[in-house]
Design a protein around this ligand. Structure first.
Ligand SMILES: C[S@@+](CC[C@H](N)C(=O)[O-])C[C@H]1O[C@@H](n2cnc3c(N)ncnc32)[C@H](O)[C@@H]1O
Length: 209
């Protein structure tokens, strides 16, 4: 049986969602996880497959996920809490505000942005999370040599990202690309779905020098 299939009895499950209403910013990540292990952040976790697999595959690391859609956050919570995972926390929050208000500089080993909403209509492009302000927020939070890992299936959003990346001077391209945490079938639920449909996947990695 794979680790992924281990199910914790209901009475022994631990809540992995941080209740921001009962906390004060900024978060003390050591206190949150109960250890000083490196922390990676995933933005827009959807149903939480990447976080779940990362938590299981890398017990000596911590993983924090942000999701603003309650429906998906609940799916992710269930997926994580029913497995023997102690190193994953999720928050119900808007990503940019959470990053700016709740996290301290130089606190993250990596930031993962996988299949962000593409907002395809031109008049909605301003809603795209990936822009210079987002990069500045990531730069502030990552440790030196920290990684920013990105994937999308959306060719127009990919071109937009490449344009933003070409104009910025904070990050340098890295050899490390987004990878599933183990030898599994894809990074996230969206990647698995799009790969099955035969869509091209665009991915890149940048590093804080
Ligand atoms: C297209 S889905 C991808 C989900 C997951 N990353 C995957 O690849 O399967 C984008 C997710 O990001 C969430 N999201 C989009 N913008 C967000 C924001 N500003 N803050 C928090 N979550 C956000 C959406 O609710 C949605 O669950």
């Amino acid at each position: 049986m794979a680790d992924e299939d281990l199910i914790v009895p209901v009475a022994q499950r631990q809540v992995c969602e941080l209740d921001l209403n009962s906390l004060k910013p900024p978060l003390d990540l050591r206190q949150v996880f109960g250890n000083p292990h490196p922390v990676s952040l995933e933005i827009g976790i959807g149903k939480g497959l990447f976080l779940m697999r990362s938590g299981l595959a890398k017990p000596q690391e911590n993983f924090l996920g942000i999701e603003y859609a309650r429906k998906y956050l609940n799916r992710a919570r269930e997926r994580i809490e029913k497995r023997p995972i102690r190193n994953v926390r999720v928050v119900h929050a808007e990503a940019m505000s959470f990053m700016q208000d709740w996290l301290i500089p130089d606190s993250l080993k990596a930031i993962h942005l996988y299949f962000p909403d593409p907002w395809p209509k031109k008049r909605h492009h301003k809603r795209r999370i990936f822009n210079q302000v987002f990069l500045e927020a990531c730069y502030r939070l990552l440790v030196t040599q920290g990684d920013l890992l990105i994937a999308t299936d959306h060719a127009d959003y990919w071109a937009w990202m490449c344009d933003v990346l070409a104009k910025q001077t904070l990050f340098v391209p890295s050899d490390l690309l987004p990878e599933p945490p183990e030898d599994t079938d894809g990074l996230t639920n969206y990647e698995i779905k799009y790969q099955r449909e035969g869509r091209p996947i665009f991915r890149t990695g940048y590093r804080k020098p």
